[in-house]
Design a protein around this ligand. Sequence first.
Ligand SMILES: Cc1cc2nc3c(=O)[nH]c(=O)nc-3n(C[C@H](O)[C@H](O)[C@H](O)COP(=O)(O)OP(=O)(O)OC[C@H]3O[C@@H](n4cnc5c(N)ncnc54)[C@H](O)[C@@H]3O)c2cc1C
Length: 400
Amino acid sequence: MHALISGASIAGPVLAYWLRRYGWRVTVVERSPALRAGDGGHAVDLFGPAVEVIERMGLRDRVHAARTRNDTITLFRRHGRAPVTVATADLSTGISARHVEIPRGALAGLLHDATRDDVDYRFDTVIERLDGTHALLSDGSSVTADLVVGADGLHSGVRRLSFGPESRYRRFLGAYLAVYSLPDVLGTGPTVATFTAPRRVVAVYPTASPGRSRALLLVRSPQVISCDHRDPRTQKSLARELVEDAFDPRLTPVLAHLDTADDFYFDEIAQIRMDHWSHGHVTLVGDAGYGPGPAVGGGTSLAVAGAYVLAAELGAGSSTGVPAALARYQAALSEPVRRAHRFGRAVLGSIVPRSHAHVWLTAQTMRALPHLPATMRSRLTSFGSGPAGMLGDLTLPPAP
Ligand SMILES: Cc1cc2nc3c(=O)[nH]c(=O)nc-3n(C[C@H](O)[C@H](O)[C@H](O)COP(=O)(O)OP(=O)(O)OC[C@H]3O[C@@H](n4cnc5c(N)ncnc54)[C@H](O)[C@@H]3O)c2cc1C
């Protein structure tokens, strides 16, 4: 059996790894000219079952060695009020007892290393046309596979070619995000330095490269802006406009680097909601099929666990055929996906305050959190996903 996977970041290589274990041949096409590894990109979270999948891949020690070292979050307040610092572990107890945060690029690099020897990776290549499982690639070649998988993120090409335009499935959550790298201008050490105002949050944290940090801007706005195909200069001025310049004087040097950043990323915070993410012999995995929204947590875990479950269903069901395996994959994932979508909305509602009262309440909650009993801390940080946590009801099938 042969799978053609589009996307070589997180879901793609996890799926490739496990399909190889079931004896499939795998081709992965990736739009980027090369892997964006190293400490590149934002920090992502692995919770519960996703940590388990990584361990089953034998990557536990390497993932732990590459994890971020931002073990605390410090909320800086205005008008001379003392900052509030809380352990990130206290903020994630309600989501899962097992949690690792790692730069997305580092995780992608480890996953690529684990698969590069026996997977046919083709960078700088996209699927241009798809007729069933017959794909015409941008390098001029064509592939006829038994299964085509879109693991190509929120703006998936496979989804557009096979399921129709993105606008059908994208649900805007009413906020935008921007991320960029800059020198460590705040000098706040290994903590995630956070500044909030009504409708706006700016977080700055150090990266693994000495003297460098990364800024994440989250802005609530009802304004609908098309984020596709805009040139970075327009996106930068939009981000600045939305953040309304430095709402805290300590942010002036952070925003000063926005214009010169060469890795600036800007997008709307949106979820992908599909009733069915497979048809025939084509399916979607990770953000492409059910992304809960960037920067609200959960997307990476869902991508890793979803890829594992998909491979397991395909591996277990070769006698019953691909469509039956895809139906079982959908059935296994639908409840965790529903929870992750609810979780994403709740996290956004909680981390980007709506009003001055909300800003105040956030600081008070953070102050109280370490002193609360574990059960109450867990309830406060479960973001409506329930006591089992976001992916808690996902039972992983045994490894081959
Ligand atoms: C700023 C930001 C902050 C985030 N913070 C968090 C967080 O704190 N915690 C968390 O868990 N998640 C976070 N996320 C979300 C997380 O990055 C995603 O959920 C996760 O990366 C999903 O993995 P994926 O493999 O499904 O898709 P992606 O990681 O998006 O990978 C898609 C891959 O497909 C490639 N591609 C795209 N289009 C094509 C095409 N047409 N053909 C071929 N290749 C293509 C891309 O280049 C990319 O390599 C954040 C996202 C962003 C943007």
